[in-house]
Design a protein around this ligand. Structure first.
Ligand SMILES: Cc1ncc(COP(=O)(O)O)c(C=O)c1O
Length: 388
């Protein structure tokens, strides 16, 4: 074999995701895993039953339609109307994907030419860097800074160049919990229109906003035809393993994203698509109770982390809390997280790996609170050892 590296240059440095490393550590040590963002309780029983029924009735066991089953596309359209007053055509403006992850990758592969610049908030959700890289794009970070992680809109404006093709936005934002305000959304929309940019919005935490509210950028003036709006069932219904996600956008944008998506998975999650169609039609009570429950968990863990000596940035949304460990006399989040399971039996993830600028997040650590109350209490108790 030649001395040429096996992994191509585009993916060089992306390595194993931090979630895999930390979840393996949790398994190996028996520590409580507050690293990876998956709930430890499955979603509604009725929705699980709907999946079983679909399987038994032979719905979705063979390749579903490339755009997604009509029941789900219609349910997505109705969801967008119910919560945001938005109208989409289920036949041309909705695309079902293998989670939001595939939708993001397909959007980058469809919309970018090699060398195109993509502006994204850092810390980034880790698939963004990979998706942009696989498409040959160049990521341009816009750093969100503690304590409130608001985007610097002047810096955003200054980051746009003639090579900028799109903005890849995430609100509610993982890992910081920042939720864009209506003034920020307006400024971003005006910039996108002025500079003729596309915008891809990752809205997977749309139903987990505790302070403020979620407004899809696509609802703002001038954005309907330049926004690819992405969401997923994993977080909202606590079925992250089902990998049912979707795109809502204008017909030409959906057609573009579908072109790359069809050669990634073609389709996925057949029977689960029918179940998620039912989930999306759950009454408002479900959504309210889900959010209230997570808000209680946020407060429980935030108080525990504060008592343990962390500086806590209470999130406006998502199910993550970003903390700073400098207050504990620590200097390096990655080293801290690697040692934490042995020190006190808890796993967290270092935010530093989500930044291009390693100094910006050097002492930030993220904890997930989508866990049972007694698990959060136990983890908080264990973390108190750090304070002593
Ligand atoms: C911001 C963000 N986007 C996308 C995803 C992935 O969504 P899915 O599981 O639907 O692919 C996650 C999961 O953690 C996330 O936090």
């Amino acid at each position: 074999m030649s001395g040429r590296p096996l992994l191509n240059r585009r993916l060089d440095g992306l390595g194993t995701t931090i979630f895999a490393e930390m979840s393996a550590l949790a398994l190996a040590t028996g520590a409580i895993n507050l690293g990876q963002g998956f709930p430890d309780t499955d979603g509604p029983e009725a929705i699980r039953e709907a999946a079983v029924r679909a399987l038994r009735d032979g719905r979705g066991n063979q390749y579903p339609p490339g755009m997604g089953v009509p029941e789900l596309r219609t349910a997505i359209v109705d969801h967008q109307r119910r919560f945001y007053g938005l109208t989409f055509d289920p036949d041309t403006e909705v695309l079902v994907t293998a989670g939001a992850t595939e939708a993001i990758a397909a959007a980058m592969l469809a919309l970018l030419e090699p060398g195109d610049e993509v502006i994204a908030f850092e810390p980034f959700y880790d698939s963004y860097a990979a998706s942009i890289a696989m498409a040959g794009g160049v990521r341009v970070p816009l750093t969100l800074r503690a304590p409130d992680f608001r985007p610097d809109l002047d810096a955003l404006r200054a980051a746009v160049t003639p090579r900028t093709r799109l903005l890849l936005l995430n609100s509610p934002h993982n890992p910081t919990g920042m939720v864009l305000t209506s003034d920020e959304l307006t400024a971003i929309a005006e910039l996108a229109v002025e500079r003729d940019l596309l915008v891809v919005t990752d809205e997977v935490y749309e139903h987990l906003v505790f302070d403020g509210e979620h407004t899809p950028l696509i609802s703002l003036p001038g954005m309907r035809d330049r926004t690819v709006s992405i969401s997923s069932a994993g977080k909202t219904f606590s079925f992250t393993g089902w990998k049912v996600g979707w795109v809502t956008a204008s017909a030409p944008l959906v057609a573009a994203v579908r072109t790359s998506k069809q050669f990634l998975t073609y389709v996925a999650s057949g029977p689960f698509q029918y179940a998620i169609a039912e989930a999306l039609r759950l009454p408002d009570d479900y959504y309210t109770a889900f959010r209230d429950d997570l808000q209680t968990k946020r407060d429980l863990l935030a108080d525990g982390l504060t008592a343990a000596g962390f500086e806590v940035y209470r999130p406006q949304g998502t199910y993550f809390i970003t903390t700073d460990i400098a207050a504990l006399g620590e200097k390096d989040a990655l080293a801290f997280c690697r040692a934490l399971p042995a020190r006190c039996g808890v796993v967290a993830v270092p935010n530093s790996v989500f930044y291009d600028d390693p100094d910006a997040g050097r002492t930030q650590v993220r904890f997930a609170f989508c866990k049972k109350d007694d698990v959060l209490q136990e983890a908080s108790g264990r973390l108190q050892q750090l304070a002593s």
